[in-house]
Design a protein around this ligand. Structure first.
Ligand code: FE
Length: 289
């Protein structure tokens, strides 16, 4: 039974600034993935640092997983559409991430973790988003939480648009994670052809839509599957309106920019080079969590 909510009113929708098609790459021990939000867009989409989409029914594309590797200075949010993956980290956290579930990990001052598929066949599909931490929280104590599909808040609009609220708030429904800092909004929106979904967005927050099924219309622009639409920060806009051109599924992600310097070296994201050298040194000396 889903909660039915009256559609939010958006009088003036943001328009599309740029359409981005992800780049196919490989990471971990050889996992095939599409990097949708890459390093060149970190400044534009501050506080988000990365979005990877993975999806394959060929075990060769995912079976090797992500063996032990470190992170420092930001958060990783993994959303599993299909499949099973086991997480273990040096802070003593362990969890099984299953279809429809979310894992939210704050690396803070440092964790070493592994993410290993727990299936030998079938489809593995999902997303990993990297959310930056402000300078004052980069060395915070690592934190981790799993949310099973049934733990994630969801609602439907009167039009039958089904929304999962991973973070932030939509239509009065609070997400699994709520943060004052950067106020991240992370929605998974499932729409039938012809329906509309309107979401208010705070002025000045950076926002993007990633379509992973079907296609969605935003103003005059059509956003096809496997494309990200960066939304303009139109000062007069009060949100965004999506219209499903076909049955469609999309992630709508927004947040308040940190406006701090970003220094990234692989899995370490700090504010300057000196902090990066420190991270590498701490990791080599084994002083991560
Ligand atoms: Fe990782």
């Amino acid at each position: 039974m889903s909660d039915i909510r009256k559609q939010e009113h958006v009088g003036n929708s943001r328009r599309v600034e740029q359409l981005v098609m992800g780049k196919v790459t490989s990471d971990g021990a050889g996992v095939l993935l599409t990097r949708v939000l890459s390093q060149s867009l970190q400044r534009r989409l501050d506080p988000f640092l990365m979005l990877d989409a993975f999806g394959s029914d060929d075990p060769d594309d995912y079976i090797a997983g992500f063996p032990d590797h470190p992170h420092r200075g930001f958060e990783t949010v993994t959303y599993m559409i299909a499949g099973r993956m086991r997480h273990r980290d040096s802070a003593g956290h362990e969890g099984l991430l299953e279809s429809g579930g979310v894992q939210w990990m704050t690396a803070g001052r440092g964790v070493i973790h592994s993410e290993i598929p727990q299936q030998k066949e079938g489809v593995m599909e999902g997303f990993q988003l990297w959310l930056n931490l402000p300078a004052r929280d980069k060395m915070a104590t690592p934190w981790y939480q799993d949310f099973a599909q049934e733990d994630l808040p969801r609602f439907e609009t009167e039009d039958g648009v089904a929304v999962t609220v991973i973070a932030g708030e939509s239509h009065g429904v609070g997400g699994a994670v709520n943060r004052k800092t950067t106020a991240p909004l992370y929605l998974d929106v499932h729409m039938r052809a012809g329906t509309q979904f309107a979401q208010t967005l705070a002025a000045g927050h950076n926002a993007f839509v990633y379509v992973y099924r079907g296609s969605v219309q935003i103003g005059k622009d059509t956003v096809a599957a496997q494309h990200m639409a960066i939304l303009r920060n139109d000062p007069q806009a009060d949100g965004v309106t999506l219209t499903a051109a076909t049955d469609a599924r999309a992630l709508l992600i927004a947040g308040q920019p940190l406006n701090e310097p970003i220094a990234q070296y692989g899995p370490f994201v700090m504010n300057n080079e000196q902090e990066i050298y420190q991270a590498i040194q701490d990791f080599r000396e084994g002083s991560f969590a």
